[in-house]
Design a protein. Structure first.
Length: 150
């Protein structure tokens, strides 16, 4: 059984019942930070335009680490150096992917980006959402791909 709620300083944790998709979207839009799991929630978190971390489903062959790295490379390409480093490290930590090989001084555990990066991280997430909105829809992209490769 999950506990009803817990507080630690300014952090409030609340366990919620299952939500409809519109209610879940509203919740994502209302939060300062979204910690999401799985692909559907991951997509909805990107559309919310709020800071988020994706907990990717682990795969036995470790392919999830490469998938996360590929997304982070695309997602963080336009971010500031500070946001790129802090969010990249937090994504690895959140997923239990060891960054110690790349950063031997990195302590084990989970480190969120510092509060001073909240606004730049938020601005980056909003810019990412705007970028996604400019992309063509999937059906049009597939049609163009098929025409090109016939």
């Amino acid at each position: 059984a999950l506990p009803g709620a817990s507080n630690r300083g300014a952090l409030r944790v609340r366990y919620l019942p299952a939500l409809t998709q519109p209610d879940f979207d509203h919740l994502l839009w209302s939060c300062d930070l979204n910690l999401v799991r799985g692909e559907d929630s991951f997509v909805r978190a990107q559309w919310a335009g709020k800071p988020f971390l994706w907990q990717i489903y682990p795969q036995d062959d470790g392919a999830h680490a490469a998938k996360l790295a590929a997304f982070q490379q695309l997602f963080l390409a336009g971010a500031t150096v500070e946001v790129r480093a802090a969010v990249g490290r937090a994504a690895l930590d959140w997923n239990g992917i060891a960054a110690s090989a790349a950063k031997p001084d990195h302590a084990a555990g989970f480190t969120l980006p510092p509060p001073g990066l909240r606004e730049p991280w938020l601005a980056h997430c909003q810019a990412w959402r705007a970028h996604l909105a400019e992309l063509p829809d999937l059906a049009s992209s597939l049609r163009a791909f098929v025409r090109k490769h016939r």
